[in-house]
Write a protein that binds this ligand. Structure first.
Ligand code: G1P
Length: 313
């Protein structure tokens, strides 16, 4: 699948997708279906990430998976029999849907045998990077950052300021304990680019340095691998990517954030996932109009059943 060749002069060849988590918040569905394959309307989250990586012009999707989650890689294979059956039945639109993931990008599997944290997962990607790759991107499949193109913006900042560039969103100060939080200072004349002086993983709101938090897009300098080898287990007893970035900052490595002003969905929990499905569903030309009507009817019904619930909402 080809995307227009603009903005590709940034040298990001590999996009790392950590997808080894157990998906405990989605049980019982995730007993047999990896969280990354749950569909937003009809397309699995991992395929939306592959689309974003392909648009960026990356060549490789390094998918970090658990030994029990091989279905994620299977999604990127060809399905000749299915294609043949659909073709015979004249279902060309469905044939294109079956082929799409395979045509988007080349996946490479990297196995993470034990869930030792995001930092550990990213560290494993070193083995698939070419020697000429001095940077690479990480896209967390739980986070949909919209409109697509955040990493392109981050690459422009790296071309100008060097080092490592991350994606920040502003959240309610009470929410910071869910995220890596940035300690930032302004960069002259730049509203949406800030210099990062420090970073802390999931702090208590009272101790948080700001309400600018990491959302799941990272453009990392290769120096991160050395830092990842030197950190100790942090928050939750896991090796945290945040701690390796904080170590690089301490040692003088330039780190900046691009503040994302678009929207974001958190597919990592059922509440955020349902919201994403409603958002994508309402914008879908096929399902949108009926969904809008159904939502209004359901709202009426639910509010009628529980006036207290309606007031709270
Ligand atoms: C991870 C990172 C955190 C970041 C978040 C963004 O946390 O550790 O720094 O802010 O992703 O979604 P997780 O949500 O995997 O616990």
């Amino acid at each position: 699948m080809n995307f227009p060749n603009e903005d590709r002069n940034h040298g990001v060849k590999t996009v790392v997708v950590p997808a080894a988590g157990m998906g405990t918040r989605f049980l019982p569905a995730t007993k047999t279906v990896p969280k990354e394959l749950l569909p937003v309307v009809d397309t699995p989250g991992i395929e939306l990430i592959a689309e974003e990586a392909a648009k960026l012009g990356a060549e490789r999707l390094a998918v970090i998976t658990a030994p029990s989650k091989q279905e994620i890689l299977a999604h990127f294979e060809r399905f000749p029999q299915l294609e043949e059956t659909l073709t015979e039945r004249g279902k060309d639109e469905q044939v294109a849907k079956v082929r799409r993931a395979n045509e988007l990008i080349t996946p490479v599997a990297v196995e993470q045998e034990r869930p030792l944290g995001l930092g550990h997962a990213v560290g494993l990607a070193e083995s698939v990077l070419g020697e000429d790759e001095d940077s690479f991107a990480v896209m967390l499949p739980d986070d949909l950052v919209l409109p697509m193109g955040a990493v392109e913006e981050m690459a422009k900042v790296r071309a100008e300021l060097g080092g490592t560039v991350l994606c920040a969103i502003e959240v309610d100060p009470d929410e910071v304990y869910n995220y890596g939080v940035f300690d930032i200072e302004e960069v002259d004349g730049r509203e949406d680019v800030k210099r990062v002086k420090g970073m802390v993983e999931k702090p208590d709101p009272a101790d948080a340095p700001s309400n600018y938090v990491a959302t799941g897009r990272y453009l990392l300098d290769r120096a991160i691998f050395d830092a990842l080898r030197r950190i100790k287990p942090g928050k939750g007893g896991e090796l945290q990517l945040t701690d390796a970035i904080a170590l690089l900052i301490e040692e003088g490595h330039p780190v900046h954030v691009v503040v994302h002003r678009g929207s974001r969905h958190d597919l990592g929990n059922p509440g955020g996932y349902i919201r994403a499905c409603v958002d994508f569903g309402l914008r879908d030309p096929k399902y949108g109009p009926a969904l809008r009507k159904a939502i209004l009817e359901i709202l009426d019904e639910v509010d009628g059943e529980s006036p207290a619930g309606a007031e709270q909402a």
